[in-house]
Design a protein around this ligand. Structure first.
Ligand code: HEC
Length: 124
């Protein structure tokens, strides 16, 4: 009995901590764009290898939302099924983890992209 309360209390504390550290009201211009610039734009602009292979141009909010040859990669409000989030989080096949062959984003950067999509992927 006491053991169960202990476990419950522990996970509650972790939950509160995560909520307190999570980014909120993420700004596309101030937070999302610099991450894409740093990791993705070398390849995902017209003329780059990523664009050539997937049709995905991430240089503007408009082209980012449009997606690629096979449709959108960002589903506003749904980071779980958005390809953008799946690939940077490594939830898809490791061979297509993004950025291609250039390491991984930090946990904080992954979280910023997740919250931004969750909050509607706005052009803010
Ligand atoms: C070194 C070049 C390069 C970089 C950097 C890069 N990509 Fe890619 N990306 C590619 C290539 C090439 C493809 C085509 C699919 C493949 O061959 O794996 C692709 C495909 C994609 C796709 C489409 C996958 C699909 O289902 O067709 C998405 C989404 C994507 N990249 C997102 C990103 C994001 C987000 C970043 C930055 C965090 C990024 N990429 C950085 C080269 C790159």
């Amino acid at each position: 009995m006491f053991r169960r309360i202990g476990v419950f209390g522990g996970s509650l504390a972790v939950l509160v901590l995560v909520a307190a550290c999570s980014p909120r009201d993420v700004s596309y211009r101030a937070e999302v764009q610099p991450i894409l610039q740093k990791y993705c734009l070398d390849c995902h602009v017209p003329g780059g290898a990523g664009f050539a292979a997937s049709g995905f141009d991430m240089s503007s909010h408009e082209s980012l939302m449009k997606g690629g040859t096979y449709g959108p990669f960002v589903i506003p409000g749904d980071p779980f099924t958005s390809t953008l989030n799946m690939l940077v989080e490594g939830r898809a096949d490791p061979s297509i983890r993004m950025p291609h062959g250039r390491g991984t984003l930090t946990d904080r950067e992954i979280e910023i992209l997740r919250v931004w999509v969750q909050e509607g992927a706005k052009n803010n």
